[in-house]
Design a protein around this ligand. Structure first.
Ligand code: PRP
Ligand code: URA
Length: 208
């Protein structure tokens, strides 16, 4: 499926602030949340609507409401946690699962250390969250795990993607709609995104 690369000026502006090495953790967290909320607007464009009858102060009328598609969001720990609030602000009824993965420093392969998903996840549409798509290994493994639980419809949302990771993800999961805030140049020898924004988890949680 063709990835959706965000071109909205507000998203681009906020991602520039995220990239700046002088942006501290508090502002970084707020910006991650804001960018996620703006991206959520695009990622929910296909939600079905139904008509209900309501009464305004002036008249009885029919009006649209979201027709109860069941959603779950799954942040990839740690950095994906920073995106959860931005989604829940707009979709407060979504359930939240967690998948813990870290990249091995030498092999750059993802290593799983935690997984807790809603018991009814197979009946839900799932949005997987991770600010960074570098080699794509973490996103591919997380989505495989979610599909293994019977989920039929998965979306993936990241703030910055490398071309290498995007290509790998599309090849592994061609049915998954991918939303990226920005598509960057390349990966360096340590598999960090260039220009990127550094280590998203460290910048969110102030661990470096
Ligand atoms: C980062 C990021 C992604 C992963 C992306 O997590 O948040 O999960 O790397 O890289 P990939 O596409 O090459 O798999 P990291 O492993 O640094 O763990 P952290 O979130 O706990 O810092
Ligand atoms: N993970 C990050 O946090 N940043 C990168 O550039 C690559 C992987």
């Amino acid at each position: 499926m063709t990835p959706f690369i965000m071109d909205h000026p507000l998203i681009q502006h906020k991602i520039t602030l995220l990239r700046d090495k002088n942006t501290g953790s508090k502002e970084f967290r707020e910006l991650i949340s804001e960018v996620t909320m703006l991206m959520c607007y695009e990622a929910t464009r296909d939600l079905p609507l139904k008509q209900v009858e309501i009464e305004t102060p002036m008249a009885v009328t029919k009006a649209n409401v979201i027709s109860g598609r069941k959603l779950a969001i799954v942040p990839i720990l740690r950095a994906g946690i920073g995106m959860v609030d931005g989604i829940l602000n707009l979709l407060p009824a979504a359930k939240v699962g967690h998948i813990g993965l870290y990249r091995d420093h030498d092999t750059h392969e993802p290593v799983e250390y935690y997984c807790k998903l809603p018991s009814d996840i197979a009946e839900r549409e799932v949005i997987v969250l991770d600010p960074m798509l570098a080699t794509g290994g973490s996103a591919i493994d997380a989505i495989t795990k979610i599909k293994d639980r019977g989920v039929k419809q998965v979306k993936f949302m990241c703030i910055i993607a490398a071309p290498e990771g995007l290509e790998a993800l599309i090849e592994a999961h061609p049915d998954v709609q991918v939303y990226c805030g920005a598509l960057d140049g390349h990966l360096n020898e340590d598999k960090y995104i260039i220009p990127g924004l550094g280590d998203a988890g460290d910048r969110i949680f102030g661990t470096k």
